[in-house]
Design a protein around this ligand. Sequence first.
Ligand SMILES: *Cc1c(COP(=O)(O)O)cnc(C)c1O
Length: 393
Amino acid sequence: MKQIDVVKSVVDTLKRVLPKDKELISLHEPTFQGNEWNYVKECIDTGWVSSVGKYVNQFEQMLVEYTGVKHAIAVVNGTAALHICLKLVGVQPNDEVLIPALTFIATANAVSYCGAIPHFVDSSNDTLGIDPFKLDYYLDEICERRKDGSYNKITGRRIKAMVPMHTFGHPVDLDALFDVCIRYQIEMVEDTAESLGSYYKGKHTGNWGKASALSFNGNKVVTTGGGGAILTNDEQLGKFAKHLTTTAKKPHRWTFEHDHVGYNYRMPNINAALGCAQIEKLPTYVQQKRALADIYKEAFRDMKGIQVIAEPVNAKSNYWLNAILLDEDRASLRDDILERTNEQGIMTRPVWRLLHNFPMFADSPKMDVSVAESLEARIINIPSSPFLGASYG
Ligand SMILES: *Cc1c(COP(=O)(O)O)cnc(C)c1O
């Protein structure tokens, strides 16, 4: 097929699958068809809109029940959740933290907020997330083992933590990464911002990291307007997370006693109210998103040189964002496809720019990231709102 015909057939395939009566089909838009209005209205009617109120506790409880992680602490956004997770596992200024080069900028920003340095690692073609085997070889080469952990021989800095991210909701190979963490004495924090509703070997993501971070931004699987949560199975860490995110104030009826530099990261009740209504609908959304993914897979099945990215083996993905992946020899078509689809009112986007290419992170250490570079050149995200799968679900 000629290159121009490939571009046309991608546009035609998307048009065939997507609704015909809409002028613009966005990449991901929220759906509010449950109790959102009732719960939010109650906050306003009763005056409990801010950082204290029953919905915050209820929302946290719902997250615990849904994910099976024992403790959840609701906060203002996913980046704040990541920041606190890193502090909880003991990341200190001048430590290095292993993160994928292929992730949203927030992962690296949270590392920087701790005064630590992101150390970029490569992705696997199977999961789009950190490649445990390539990383193992790399660490073996660059690490010096000391009593208190692994040190980067080149920079002299301690490698304190690793933050795997479940790209577009597809779980990484958590067991293999966990094994690497144990052997090199590295703490794991999971960036589960995209993977609420995604399971690895039958267990919800967020259960492997000592602490994990969720996001409820407007474009995520469920939204609280803006919001996030810290998940942990460790009771002490859970208590400390709540303490740190509520200005580290010691409970007392009237005096102001603070024992740490705390953060005002607590999620307001009005946002949690929205969240409770959204979580009630989460199973439906995940089902609709998985149905949409099946439709896309079927629609692109016979197209040469292009595949729909599918969940890895051992995993059940929420398919937060669907994506097509161009073969290497079709990579030059990416921008044409982006141009034509957006022109037709079908919102598509390239994946994030690899993080070491931003000036803030240009001097950060990194391993060979050739797989991430290749993926960056070939991924196109396509419309993925839950309602698009509703008629197929
Ligand atoms: C959305 C997202 C975040 C941050 O969430 P915010 O709530 O927007 O701060 C972090 N990491 C990844 C991978 C994300 O997609």
